[in-house]
Design a binder for this molecule. Structure first.
Ligand code: F6R
Length: 608
């Protein structure tokens, strides 16, 4: 989704902004632009399409400017075009603004400004911010921004400059991330720390309704009541931010292959073997509340929702908790009765997903305990929650989530183990789960060593236009996640179903051109899924089964099998999804799709 990068200092700004834009490309965008100021004049260049087209337009530029702002846009108001790309500007071309998020009341502000004589050129909501700042400007940019913000409803991250105000950048956060980067006599602002990583490891994460004012010699942060705030500077390990494919053709493939390490990062230092329990520092402040909790609601979107669905089964298996999992965009509008005896757990790779954030705010209003499982350190969700656990999996650049999904599943198991041991789970059971978790990295390595065979199977199936994925219990969400992976990166129609639902509708789709991927690993419902597979075979449907090594009955019915090692049923989805990720990847690659940046998708969905 949209990205912001800004710089003020002594270095030439255009190469820094362009590098930042390239680092933000993975978020998804449809146009890009930048505005820099040199000798009191604004120089603005925008382009529809790739950052490389913006770069081409800048190839003749000899600008020596040393401060400016830049943006990658993902259209919400107004279609992708050069005019609608950011920066947006006022009537006299002196104010330039970049903006992530949505201004909900922009139409009414626009009408007011038109009455005052402002002329608009774009269809964007962002343009009203530039005109408002222009209207309120009397030499003091900071004051003009503050006054303008008062008028805006919605969620936003904004950066503004004015050609009469040398080297000053004013940024504001409300609901959309802004991170300040601190260098030596130079300052940065960005919507994502990945863009700042090559320049500094000192970062400040703004909270909602905070404003930062940067110039080439100093920075300060204020709240919107104009009071200066002291904010903690975080030291970020910039090594984990390398945007390097490390020899893999795509980030997605690299991230699939990173899973043995990311799984290990999820549990390293977080288990006490001698006590058969987990130790999660991030949950310690709330552990007394947690162990007496009666109800847990897991909220998340997309792939993180599917890990939350598996989480429900895991918590039901290991704890006494009453658990629900809900898509965040639905949860936020339900009339739920929440109180301090309910814990709401948000799962999010980015930590910035607008629906998950809004759902959490709703739960906070009603007094629930807020928890998070988040990969993005210091992002908006962990700032809002009472306690939580980080994935520590490094950035996920491929738009389709892979390594974070499996890491989320490990962390869900560790949380359930922690609570379960307070609620009657035996030491032996706790120890058994720990032993199984510790084996996962090697078991994943074993599956990855079969990538060539999985590729051959994927190529064989790449001729079909529709797929059904079926699974039961722990692997019902695996079926949905497998289908999502395939459809989002290859644009092939795929549906994930609870296998027991086959007879209630989807079976009518089955014929020789509509293959099924059946998740048929060893658990208490294996016999049931075997019956579903028989029903598919009886209708000439082709079946690719994910099963355990040595599982003879599945082999007999399926046309093709991919075997994975055995683990506890509650951990089996972690292994089962790996071949499904590879299967989707190789089909999409065969079709020549833009795997790391599928059409219409964004990595971080910061609008509703
Ligand atoms: C799919 C995918 C998305 C995200 C969803 C939630 O591969 O990545 O479905 O899972 O947009 O994002 P986060 O986890 O950042 O809240």
């Amino acid at each position: 989704m949209c990205g912001i990068i800004c710089y003020t200092g002594k270095k030439k700004v255009i190469p820094i902004l362009m590098d930042g834009l390239k680092r933000l490309e993975y978020r998804g965008y449809d146009s890009a632009g930048l505005a820099v100021v040199e000798n009191g004049k604004t120089f603005m260049v925008k382009s529809k399409g790739k950052v490389s087209s913006l770069e081409a337009k800048l190839s003749d530029s000899s600008s020596e400017a040393t401060f400016g702002i830049a943006h990658t846009r993902w259209a919400t108001h107004g279609k992708p075009s050069e005019i609608n790309a950011h920066p947006q500007f006022g009537c006299n071309n002196k104010v330039s603004v970049v903006h992530n998020g949505i201004i909900e009341n922009y139409l009414e502000i626009k009408e007011e400004l038109i009455e005052k004589g402002h002329e608009f050129t774009s269809d964007t909501d962002t343009e009203v911010i530039a005109h408002l700042i222009e209207q309120n400007f009397n030499g003091d940019l900071e004051r003009a921004v503050l006054k303008s913000i008062e008028k805006l409803d919605g969620a936003f991250g904004i950066a503004a400059i004015h050609s009469d105000v040398d080297h000053k950048i004013v940024v504001v956060k409300r609901g959309s991330p802004i991170i300040i980067g601190i260098g030596e006599n130079e300052y940065f602002a960005a919507s994502d720390s990945t863009a700042l990583a090559p320049y500094t490891n000192q970062m400040i994460y703004l909270s909602d309704d905070e404003m930062a004012v940067l110039n080439s010699t100093e920075y300060y942060i204020k709240n919107l009541s104009n009071e200066v705030l002291k904010k903690k500077v975080e030291f970020v390990d910039s090594d984990i931010y390398t945007n390097d494919k490390k020899g893999f053709e795509h980030f997605m493939l690299k991230e699939i292959f990173e899973q043995p390490e990311t799984i290990e990062n999820a549990f390293r230092g977080r288990i006490i073997e001698s006590e058969g329990v987990s130790k999660l520092g991030g949950l310690e402040p709330v552990i007394d509340r947690l162990k007496n909790m009666k109800k847990l609601i897991i909220i998340s979107c997309g792939t993180s929702y599917y890990s939350g669905l598996i989480g429900r089964y895991i918590f039901e298996e290991l704890t006494e908790l009453n658990v629900e999992t809900e898509v965040a965009s639905e949860f936020r509008y339900r009339k739920l009765k929440l109180d301090k005896n309910v814990a709401v757990l948000a799962i999010s790779q980015s930590g910035e997903t607008a629906d998950t954030l809004a759902a959490l705010k709703e739960a906070k209003r009603k007094g629930a305990l807020l928890l998070g499982i988040v990969n993005g350190v210091g992002t908006s969700i962990p700032q809002l929650t009472d306690a939580g656990v980080y994935n520590h999996a490094g950035p996920e650049i491929g738009v389709a989530s892979t390594k974070i999904y499996t890491s989320q599943l490990v962390i869900l198991t560790l949380i359930a183990l922690l609570i379960g041991r307070y609620q009657g789970m035996s030491f032996t059971e706790g120890k058994e789960i720990i032993n199984a978790i510790k084996k996962l990295p090697d078991q994943i390595r074993e599956i990855l060593s079969n990538a060539k065979m999985i590729k051959e199977i994927a190529l064989k199936y790449s001729v079909y236009n529709d797929f059904l994925y079926i699974g039961r219990l722990f692997n019902f969400p695996t079926a949905m996640e497998g289908a999502l992976k395939l459809k989002e990166i290859s644009y092939i129609h795929a549906e994930g179903y609870a296998a027991g639902e086959m007879k209630h509708g989807p079976i009518s789709l089955i014929d020789e051109n509509f293959p099924t991927v059946a998740i048929a690993t060893d658990d208490l419902v294996l016999e049931k899924i075997l019956s579903n597979m028989e029903e598919i075979k009886a209708r000439d449907g082709k079946i690719l089964a994910i099963t355990n090594e040595g599982e003879k009955k599945v082999k007999k019915i399926a046309d093709d099998i991919i075997a994975v090692p055995r683990t506890l049923p509650l951990l089996q989805p972690i292994l089962n999804v790996i071949p499904l990720q590879l299967f989707a990847y190789y089909i999409a690659d065969e079709k020549g799709c833009n795997i790391d940046k599928p059409r219409n998708l964004a990595k971080s969905v910061t609008v509703e």
